[in-house]
Design a protein around this ligand. Sequence first.
Ligand code: PAF
Length: 293
Amino acid sequence: MSTAIVRIVSELRSIVAAWRREGLKIAVVPTMGALHEGHLSLVRAALAKADRVIVTLFVNPRQFNNADDLAAYPRTEHDDAAKLASAGAHILYAPDAADIYPQGFGTTVAVGGVSEGLCGTFRPGHFDGVATVVTKLLLQTGADLAFFGEKDFQQLHVVRQLVRDLDIPIEIIAGPTVREADGLAMSSRNARLSLAERNRAPRLAEILVQTAERLSSGQLIKRVLSEAQEAILAAGFSKVEYLELRADSDLASIVRLDRPARLLVAAWLGQTRLIDNLQVALPRPEVVHQAAA
Ligand code: PAF
């Protein structure tokens, strides 16, 4: 099957309107391209739940708070289109920046609460850029379902919140983080790692797994997190921006593991910023009892 490439929103809207007349269910998978297995797993999940799947490809300048990072972002539309055709996506919607942000564009969608802290602290304006473009893409595609990866866990919360707050009639569905065989979370940024860095990178996920196990066994959160931070630096990472335990449901800070939780990390390996996260199992009842004793 070939995937149609659409660049103009009016063309996209007329295709979607025809699908609607046929009563088809439509899904969208927003991406910035440089597609890997993580994205393709979302496309497959979308195909399983919808009759038509639109993948958006737009490297959104408003979510980069660093011009070099934007310039270095991989642009591989030709390969992306081939991967989407094999996966069976129906449309690749790849608009130009001037169409997404035409002259005089003056609106910013700023989501409060869940966009604060974590990446929100270290990438000022990032989530405003994400929220603004995601709002546009959801409205432009008019899809019934939208798929986002758990790898960007805070982003997932930001999107859920904006859809709720703005009454956008779409269901947000999360896909699990897809990992390389050695545990490294798949990311378009992994391609920037040198060979030596790539060999070290999986330590981040290993440390998250060990830390989650220690937390679930009832060990003291503060001590476990500080030792994990030291372990990340000892593994060759140059800086840990954050390593935090947050509530899974709303990203609230937590000091006790008394509800479903998530460990979230951002750390630099050379010139590359990696993020990852992991669900933390609640302690077994006897462990809670022990920790309280
Ligand atoms: O996760 C991404 O690739 C981007 O942040 C998104 C959701 C496509 C918005 O530009």
